[in-house]
Design a protein. Structure first.
Length: 569
């Protein structure tokens, strides 16, 4: 995020600060390597960094500051969290009683300035600095984390047997969790190796190596997490599950803990659960308008079954929680049976599966039916007994929400029959099935439009196992009577500082929704295949996950490569 290229180009030319040939060279290179115009001008020694900074500051009627030789105190730097500083390209460099002095590479970012002023409660004084200076100062955040790691590890290694070192381990663990939280990681993996302990974060669905810790801290970290989670510290040969909370930015962040013994020790996975005030609504999940309307219409029904399907990590449980929040009111009794309970929902009776006390999904569901529920959520239908009880509950006046593991919406109906539920019961109870996947969103900071050439069209056809010409392929995918290839554009991102050079930032979902009508009920009764059910659903506006993904790729939400990576059936 830097000064608008067009505005800066015009300003420099008007004031004879650059000749057109130099500008054209810079603009051509920008298109290839995606750097800013400011960086290119400095790179070609057209203007010095200080001279350029002063000129741009004058353009926006603010002051220029050179941060290169400035050491910013940690307490001032952290007035703006790393994630905000990185996204908005803003650095806090000084403050007094009621003012915060910030440096930015985009003096027009009023939305970002307002957010920081509201967050800090301080008056914002804006200075301009170059993008390269922002980039260098952002390293101070990571340097601070790693400096803390180094200092803590040195203390631990000096006295590994002393109880005092546990306090250092506590700080080390807190630093890891804060780093994961600010990086929007969903999971922290702490993996014992032969000579070290590898820490990895899952961000936007993919794992990234973060740091290698000395082997000596392995047992201390494991013990600390077990103590926080109320687990058995002397148990090293059996899996254990628990949870604990820490406070970050005035939010209670819950971490779900899973510990399993492996060859080199005990592997720990910490799942970061969103704070209660940051949970998602149906609108936030990424459903297209057509599917969202169908979902909102059908969750208002008083009885029947709604099934959400997809592989592990596709957002099924998040979708169910969003539906429950939509339906939650004092007029209805909502109960859930889950394994594990992901989030606490105020006003909802939530039961945790416990196999040690024989509280299984089926046993818990059977008990819930004696609690006069209006709406029941079953975390997962895994067996015939649970499926049968859930179907009977839907048949007798309850709205049942549940998840299954199938590849698509149509297969969900057949899967219930394969689990032993009679076809007439499936057709009588299921009112809607939702299938979904999570995809990475393309980075807005470095995405660019491009057009598929004939070679890429052939490659796309091969990946979809379609033996058709380019025009026919586009016709099939986009459902258009006449297609002009010149009008079909997708997007690519090449990586920038906003997305840590990955090209992606954040996630959304692609989905397909089948609403059960009389024709589909008849197909279910006659044991028709998922393909036949999906074909019939198309007559009622059904759109496949792939088609939803293509639409999101066309509107710049994601890339075509990401859709092809996720849709592997």
């Amino acid at each position: 995020m830097s000064v608008e290229t067009k505005k800066l180009s015009a300003y420099l030319l008007e004031n004879n600060l650059i000749v057109k040939a130099q500008l054209d060279t810079c603009l051509k290179e920008i298109a290839e390597d995606h750097k800013s115009l400011e960086e290119k001008i400095i790179e070609h020694n057209i203007l010095s960094e200080e001279k350029l900074g002063t000129l741009i500051a004058d353009l926006f009627k603010t002051k220029f500051i050179n941060l290169s030789n400035r050491v910013i105190p940690e307490n001032i730097l952290l007035e703006i969290p790393f994630s905000v500083a990185q996204n908005q390209q803003i650095i806090a460099f000084d403050k007094n009683k009621d003012k915060l002095f910030i440096a930015t590479s985009n003096p027009e970012n009023q939305e970002g300035f307002s957010f920081i002023q509201q967050k800090t409660g301080l008056k914002i004084i804006i200075y301009y600095t170059t993008p390269s200076e922002i980039k260098n100062q952002l390293k101070a955040y990571n340097k601070d984390i790693h400096d803390r790691f180094d200092k803590l590890l040195k203390n631990i290694l000096k006295n590994p047997d002393e109880i005092e070192s546990l306090k250092d381990v506590s700080k080390l663990l807190d630093s890891l969790i804060i780093l994961a939280y600010e990086g929007k990681a969903s999971d922290i993996h702490i993996e014992p190796q032969k000579k070290s302990v590898l820490v990895r974060f899952r961000m936007d669905g993919l794992l990234h190596d973060i740091i290698n810790l000395p082997k000596e801290v392995q047992e201390l970290i494991t013990t600390r997490i077990k103590v926080l989670s109320n687990l058995h510290t002397d148990e090293h040969r059996a899996p254990q599950d628990g949870r604990f909370k820490i406070e970050i930015d005035n939010d209670d962040l819950t971490l779900r803990v899973s510990i399993v013994p492996i060859y080199d020790g005990e592997k720990i996975v910490l799942r970061l659960l969103a704070p209660q005030n940051k949970t998602l609504t149906l609108e936030d999940l990424g459903y297209n308008k057509f599917n969202l309307l169908r979902i909102e219409d059908n969750i208002r029904k008083t009885h029947g079954m709604i099934l959400v399907t997809g592989p592990t990590g596709s957002g099924k449980t998040t979708a169910l929680y969003a539906i429950l929040r939509e339906l939650n009111s004092r007029e209805v009794n909502i109960a859930t049976i889950e394994d594990p309970i992901e989030y606490r929902l105020e006003g909802v009776n939530q039961i945790q599966v416990n196999t040690e006390t024989r509280l299984t999904f089926s046993a818990g569901l059977r008990s819930l039916l004696r609690q006069d529920p209006d709406i029941i959520m079953v975390g997962e239908i895994r067996d015939n007994e649970t499926a049968t009880i859930a179907v009977n509950a839907a048949l007798t006046g309850h709205l049942v929400l549940a998840t299954l593991h199938t590849n698509n919406a149509a297969s969900t109906l057949v899967r219930l029959i394969e689990m032993g539920v009679e076809p007439f019961l499936v057709s009588s109870t299921v009112i809607m099935t939702i299938a979904q996947r999570l995809i990475r969103k393309i980075c807005d900071g470095c995405k660019e439009k491009y057009m598929l050439n004939k070679k890429e069209l052939v490659k796309l056809a091969e990946s979809l196992k379609l033996n058709v010409s380019s025009i026919e392929l586009l016709h099939n995918i986009f459902k258009k009577k006449a297609v002009n290839i010149e009008e079909i554009y997708f997007y690519k991102a090449y990586g920038c500082k906003l997305c840590n050079n990955t090209g992606y930032k954040g996630r959304t979902c692609i989905s397909e929704v089948i609403v059960i009508n009389d024709i589909i009920k008849d197909l279910i009764m006659h044991n028709k295949t998922p393909e036949e059910i999906a074909l019939s659903a198309e007559q009622n506006g059904f759109q496949s996950m792939f088609e939803d993904g293509i639409e999101k790729a066309l509107n710049g939400s994601t890339s075509l490569e990401e859709i092809l990576r996720v849709i592997r059936e």
